[in-house]
Write a protein that binds this ligand. Structure first.
Ligand code: ZN
Length: 175
């Protein structure tokens, strides 16, 4: 199996803006964008650092896996994701080693990206995600970011309050 890098570390939070107070403001990481991820019923804030990203994940419904995690264990590291060259091959290799997989076959997400999770029972307590990048993904991400912006504009909700804060910042010496 060929692991290319840690793609991201996902951290479940109760409130994105509140969490940005540490991860962006105190730590100094850059917020690249906030994305609506409907198939994971989450809003995700991306903070790239080197070749990897910190992802702050806030559940948008009460019955998703992420929401259950938050209710049960509180905020914290949810999973670590490795980018692999060939996910089918990686899963076959793990299976051959007797590793317990949550997804026996890769889940195909929007844009054709392939992911699979390894059970914490086999990893010494950490949920591990394997991920194979596909060519279409940048376009999909852009579309999602647009949708989120549209929704925030339409509803005036706090989802894009970071963006609003940024815009207010541009306003300069106003309030
Ligand atoms: Zn992930």
């Amino acid at each position: 199996m060929k692991i290319k890098k840690i793609d991201h570390i996902a951290i479940v939070v109760e409130d994105i803006d509140d969490a940005l107070g540490f991860w962006r403001d105190a730590l100094g990481l850059t917020l690249s964008h906030v994305e609506d991820v409907p198939d994971q019923q989450s809003i995700v804030a991306f903070l790239p650092t080197g070749e990897s990203e910190v992802e702050l994940v806030k559940p948008t419904s009460d019955d998703s896996g992420v929401a259950r995690f938050l209710n049960k264990r509180g905020p914290g590291i949810h999973h670590i994701c490795f980018e692999v060259e060939d996910i089918e091959e990686a899963l076959a290799s793990l299976r051959a080693d007797g590793v317990r997989l949550i997804n026996e076959t890769p889940q195909i997400g929007t844009g054709g990206k392939k992911i699979a999770f390894i059970h914490p029972e086999s990893t010494h307590g950490v949920l591990v995600e394997m991920y194979e990048l596909t060519g279409q993904e940048p376009e999909v991400r852009l579309a999602r970011a647009r949708r989120l912006a549209d929704r925030a504009l339409a509803s005036g909700q706090a989802a894009a309050s970071s963006a609003l804060e940024f815009l207010r910042g541009l306003g300069g010496n106003g309030r």
